[in-house]
Write a protein that binds this ligand. Structure first.
Ligand code: CP
Ligand code: NVA
Length: 302
């Protein structure tokens, strides 16, 4: 007998708007009534990290604890995976122990390969290509500040070839809001990411374009964990720094978002990240609430 398909959380379009909205709605409820719960009593989540993490690791561990379950984090290097055991065999074995897996890795294809062999739901905790848990927390933060996502003017200023931006592009299409991407030509989004026929996403190489109407201004590190060309990127991205002058071009009610970790003095200056328009600490906290809702969805409870 064929069972129900597993609920993996890999990319936003896989879920579609109704499921994503249901997850966001549950996240707001969980945040408003934060207390220890038993929804995932007896369940274990394994977190596999092949890159460093502060927020993702701590928020998933705390989320499982507060939902009555248990989490264990392990680095790829500590596992036999680091000694050549295949992704498929790792997935097959992990599925005999735990109820869900979260994976942070390099190649997106490795995550997909592991997912294909997994008998339990797999959550994408960041790949070189995408970081969907982060964007769910970002969307939750926008909903908190503005009430809704539809029609919000969002401006991304910085690295256009970026795993966080890739999912913002998906979100703009799914939730129907305009997204202006200001980036150097040399660091433009992957053409495969740009949705054909979706006038909602615009790419410009002018660092200030779109800022006048911006309600949400976002950036990310100029050098992601998988980028080997840091010096070149820093030189190209200098004109795209979010500083008080550039933030001042946006609407007074605009908020500033950054997934963190920030590189102060590079992509963002202290006066912006510590200023009144910064929503980055709420954004970071929302990782906890939204990931509780993602876990509940993966395990059939949303
Ligand atoms: N934003 C984010 O994913 O942070 P960590 O790398 O600390 O997990
Ligand atoms: N783009 C960054 C995000 C870190 C959370 C990276 O991949 O390093």
């Amino acid at each position: 007998m064929i069972g129900k398909p597993l609920r993996h959380f890999i990319d936003l379009p896989d879920l579609g708007e109704p499921a994503l909205s249901a997850i966001l709605k549950r996240a707001h409820v969980l945040k408003a009534a934060r207390r220890p719960r038993q929804d995932l009593a007896g369940k274990t989540l394994a977190l596999i990290f092949e890159k460093p993490s502060t927020r993702t690791r701590v928020s998933f561990e705390v989320a499982m604890n507060e939902l009555g379950g248990h989490a264990l984090a392990i680095t790829g290097k500590e596992m036999q995976l680091g000694q050549g055991e295949t992704l498929g065999d790792t997935a097959r074995v992990m599925g005999r122990f735990v109820h869900a897996l979260m994976v942070r890795t390099f190649e997106h294809e490795h995550l997909l390969e592991l997912t294909r062999h997994s008998s339990v739901p797999v959550i994408n905790g960041l790949t070189n290509y995408s970081h969907p848990c982060q964007i769910m927390a970002d969307l939750m933060t926008v909903q908190e500040r503005f009430g809704s996502l539809k029609g919000r003017h969002v401006v991304w200023c910085g690295d256009g070839d970026n795993n966080v931006l890739n999912i913002w592009i998906q979100a703009a299409v799914i939730f129907d809001f305009p997204l202006v991407i200001c980036c150097p030509k040399e660091l433009s989004p992957n053409p495969a990411m740009l949705p054909g026929g979706h006038a909602r996403v615009m790419v410009t190489h002018h660092p200030n374009q779109g800022l006048k109407d911006a309600e949400v201004v976002i950036t990310d590190t100029w050098v992601s964990m998988h980028n080997a060309d840091g010096e070149r990127r820093r030189a190209l991205l200098q004109p795209y720094q979010i500083n008080a002058r550039r933030m001042g071009l946006a609407s007074k009610k605009a908020i500033f978002l950054h997934c963190l970790p920030a590189h102060r003095g590079e992509e963002v200056t202290d006066d912006v990240i510590d200023g009144p328009q910064s929503a980055v600490w709420d954004e970071a906290e929302n990782r906890l609430h939204v990931q509780k809702a993602i876990l509940l969805w993966c395990l059939g409870k949303v």
